[in-house]
Design a protein around this ligand. Structure first.
Ligand SMILES: CC(C)(COP(=O)(O)OP(=O)(O)OC[C@H]1O[C@@H](n2cnc3c(N)ncnc32)[C@H](O)[C@@H]1OP(=O)(O)O)[C@@H](O)C(=O)NCCC(=O)NCCS
Length: 134
């Protein structure tokens, strides 16, 4: 599976030192009713340990949301802390209660954004995986 270059970033500081990255991937919810709903999985979002808490994670996510609102063809989803991704960018676990991930995931950390577009998924279970025809 290839990441989405238009929604993936490496971040350098003013001295051109690498400080963090964010990658996005085309995935899908393979629904129990047989249909496939495209999603964009965000992650990893990672800032170098010694540079955390300086706003770089927020910078990466702000840029992603700006570009995703202009370019994305599917809702964003991710595994992360709702206290962070909900506070700034509106991610929540409201739509994901019936989603199954390939590995063990705390449901409260399985997040989606743009719930209006994803709302129909709240009542449909399914398995997350690669898109069959990305
Ligand atoms: C999570 C991560 C990307 C955040 O990046 P960061 O640059 O350290 O965070 P920021 O400086 O942008 O934080 C902005 C605000 O969010 C808060 N915040 C940061 N991480 C948070 C978290 N996990 N939960 C709740 N709040 C968080 C900060 O305290 C700060 O709050 P303030 O504005 O009130 O001071 C970074 O800590 C990291 O790389 N962690 C390890 C990897 C990881 O867990 N990635 C996420 C899943 S892929």
């Amino acid at each position: 599976m290839r990441w989405l270059p238009e929604l993936s970033y490496a971040l350098l500081d003013d001295a051109d030192e690498f400080v963090g990255l964010l990658q996005s991937w085309p995935v899908a919810l393979h629904r129990d009713d047989g249909a496939q709903t495209p999603l964009i999985m965000v992650g990893p979002v990672a800032v170098m340990p010694e540079r955390q808490g300086e706003g770089f994670g927020k910078l990466l996510m702000d840029r992603l949301i700006l570009d995703a609102d202009a370019l994305a063809d599917a809702p964003l989803m991710m595994i992360g802390d709702p206290e962070y991704y909900g506070r700034f960018w509106g991610f929540s676990a409201d739509a994901t209660a019936l989603w199954r991930a390939p590995g063990p995931v705390e449901q409260r950390r399985l997040l989606a954004r743009d719930v209006p577009r994803a709302a129909t998924l709240e009542t449909i279970g399914g398995r997350l995986g690669p898109r069959q025809n990305p």
